[in-house]
Ligand binder design. Structure first.
Ligand code: KDG
Ligand code: MG
Length: 402
């Protein structure tokens, strides 16, 4: 069996997606997600100019060898563009292998470890009352876990909170839009939000929160401590994690579980965090972290250190990435939770999926492969639209982490 052709399909059903299709001489094809929010075209170029020419005539069954070829063979290892491109290839190859075997992908990984995959939804609102109503909506839909983000009094716009009633999509302008941040206003407000959540919904609902890299370690330690009475499922991305040892300080001060990893792209980004047990959940995604082949390595290291998975699943993970992630989640023994932010209707017309949701849990489906495909005719009618992620400034104008 040989790879004879490959297509990179860029489409914009309300937001941009990069989808790789690898075609074999036997007619079987595989689909992979190569979407890197706000940097989509870099992955397209990397795939078209450097990766695809090396794949033609290769045996698609040799997933490990192709992975090593693209990773080691690049000389310039790692980085989000490279690792997203490798992920797209890896996902497509696993799709082919599972289709050839006539099995759903999770069976090739070792079979399922659970009956369903617990996912968390995003509840957001401009104030506490609106946010709690959103939480109630998700609880009524059957969700067992909800991420809660709320507008902060005194700050014009806040991460995760939609504007003008539109669905939240952070890449919102052709050039980065600017938002303003106040750590003090945030730290004073957030514990009140979680007290209100527990007062209304009681103790059983799993409640999550994303700080989106905006605090220093000691500030994150204060927030973790202040939130202990509300026993969060996790606090996510407390500080930027290039400096992995900064989590030590947070850890010394609070028992609130910590999650990080959506901007990581390889095992070395989280090696210390995992080996020193500085986090509880590793949030790398199949899409941005070298595909299923590399995610297995991270998950195995995590399992040795009591760290569970909590994969990133915002809308910039396409339905292809979500489908592949759900097969991984079904298998991975140290699964924690999966993020799920629903895609819009046009996206779900463009991609056909086999996964489904029931009472707070997803299952990946039993079609051979990962079960997700793309309608290329519709994709051709939805061209790329330039969209960048925002930047963030402190109230005095200093550039800060978004
Ligand atoms: O592209 C950036 C988004 O994926 C990110 O802002 C979403 O933080 C995020 C999350 O946890 O889903
Ligand atoms: Mg996040």
């Amino acid at each position: 069996m040989k790879i004879v052709d490959a297509k990179v399909i860029v489409s914009c059903p309300g937001r941009n997606f990069v989808t790789l299709k690898l075609i074999t001489d036997e007619g079987v094809y595989g689909i992979g997600d190569g979407t890197l929010n706000g940097r989509e075209k870099s992955v397209v170029s990397y795939l078209e100019d450097y990766v695809i020419p090396c794949l033609i005539d290769k045996d698609p069954q040799r997933i490990e060898d192709i992975w090593q070829y693209l990773y080691r063979g690049a000389y310039w290892r790692g980085g989000p563009v490279t690792m997203t491109a490798i992920a797209a290839v890896d996902m497509a190859l696993w799709d082919i292998k599972a289709k050839v075997a006539g099995l759903p992908l999770y069976q090739l990984l070792g079979g399922r470890s659970r009956d369903g995959i617990m996912v968390y939804a995003h509840a957001t609102g401009e104030d506490i009352a609106a946010t709690l109503d959103e939480v109630a909506r998700y609880v009524a839909l059957g969700y067992k876990a909800v991420r809660v983000q709320c507008g902060i009094p005194g700050i014009a716009s806040t991460y995760g909170v939609p504007k003008d009633g539109k669905p939240y999509e952070p890449a919102d302008a052709a050039l980065p839009s600017e938002s303003v941040w106040s750590t003090e206003k945030y730290l004073n407000f957030v514990p009140r939000l979680f007290q209100a959540v527990r007062d209304r919904f009681g103790d059983e609902l799993h409640v999550l929160h994303d700080i989106h890299h905006r605090l220093t370690p000691i500030e994150a330690a204060r927030l973790g401590k202040d939130c202990e009475p509300y026993h969060l499922f996790w606090l996510e991305d407390a500080v930027p994690a290039e400096n992995q040892s900064s989590f030590r300080l947070i850890r010394q001060h609070t028992t609130t579980p910590l999650a990080v990893g959506e901007v990581f792209n390889r095992i070395y980004d989280c090696q210390q965090l995992i080996q020193e047990q500085l986090i509880d959940y590793i949030r790398c995604s199949v899409t941005h972290t070298g595909g299923i082949t590399h995610m297995r390595r991270i998950a195995d290291l995590a399992a040795l250190n009591h760290v569970r998975t909590g994969s990133h699943g915002a809308t910039d993970i396409s339905p292809v990435g979500m489908g592949a992630a759900l097969h991984f989640d079904y298998w991975v023994p140290n699964f924690g939770i999966q993020e799920h932010m629903a895609h819009n209707e046009q996206t779900m017309e463009l991609f056909s999926v086999d996964y489904s949701f029931k009472s707070g849990f997803f299952t990946p489906g039993d079609k051979p492969g990962h079960g997700v495909d793309i309608d290329e005719t519709l994709a051709a009618k939805l061209p790329y639209q330039r969209a960048c992620l925002p930047v963030n400034r402190l109230e005095d104008g200093t550039l800060w982490n978004w």
